[in-house]
Ligand binder design. Structure first.
Ligand code: FPP
Length: 245
């Protein structure tokens, strides 16, 4: 049972768009487009599920290695989503923040992102982090450099908290539940989990859930079931389970 007045931070690695499309004889881009539709419904439902922050892995630095047609199509889709659908969500009280290295993002997209981030600064319904041109190690290295160049040395007791504040997510709540869709499920008692370097420092205490559902088939109902199943309130953070009296 999810407690009221909690504002969880969910991280989602949206995997399975390509397989969803290939299974229907469609192009991989048709799968990404369907994935964007699923995303919009989920973003709208988050505030009712006690989700205060939603972090999405939309385009990794490794994704540049894909076929040029798919890469160009993904950026065109992102352009469309940012200027139409995210624009609508921002008007509904969603605060947008983009994670990742902006140096590698097409300049016209950076312009749209900067504008949406500024306009949505006061959005209170949901903090939506979208990772674009993101790589976890790259994020940590950039945060270390910022922390060192703003005066705090490795040996300072303040270093760990300043480092975390300098991550792309800023001084926000750590990830409570990290979800990856499109994962093969348990065989002989074994399950596969891959984080692909998503939010490595922010997820150190996260409950990780792998789902067979391909991202375009994901629904708000399924997400509410995942939150209840993951039950982040039951974490012990290294402590000990107390015996029931
Ligand atoms: C991974 O599936 C998915 C991506 C690389 C892209 C995710 C992007 C979207 C859902 C559109 C996002 C829109 C916004 C506004 C954030 P895959 O292609 O690796 O799937 P596969 O493993 O089945 O091949």
């Amino acid at each position: 049972m999810i407690e009221k007045n909690k504002a969880y931070h969910l991280g989602i690695i949206m995997d399975g768009n390509g397989r969803w499309a290939e299974g229907r004889g469609l192009s991989r881009l048709a799968g990404h487009r369907e994935g964007a539709q699923a995303l919009k419904k989920i973003v709208r439902a988050c505030p009712q599920m006690q989700v205060g922050t939603l972090s999405l892995f939309a385009f990794s630095q490794a994704n540049w290695k894909r076929d040029k047609v798919e890469v160009d199509g993904l950026w065109d889709l992102l352009r469309e989503q940012l200027s139409i659908h995210l624009n609508e969500l921002v008007a509904e009280g969603v605060r947008l923040r983009v994670l990742g290295d902006r140096e590698g993002i097409p300049p016209d997209v950076v312009k749209v992102i900067n504008d949406l981030e500024t306009r949505s600064e006061t959005g209170m319904n949901l903090l939506l982090n979208i990772a674009l041109n993101y790589d976890g190690l790259d994020e940590v290295v950039r945060a270390i450099n910022t922390t060192l160049s703003t005066g705090t040395g490795f040996n300072s007791p303040a270093f760990p908290s300043q480092l975390v504040s300098n991550l792309d997510t800023g001084p926000s709540r750590p990830v409570d539940i990290l979800i990856r869709t499109g994962m093969p499920q348990a065989k002989d008692g074994m399950s596969i989990w891959r984080s692909s370097g998503f939010l490595p420092l922010q997820s150190v205490e996260a409950v990780c859930v792998s789902l067979e559902t391909l991202w375009p088939d994901m629904t708000p109902l399924k997400l509410s079931e995942v939150i209840a199943y993951a039950d982040p309130e039951s974490r012990l953070f290294g402590g000990q389970r107390l015996a029931k009296s």
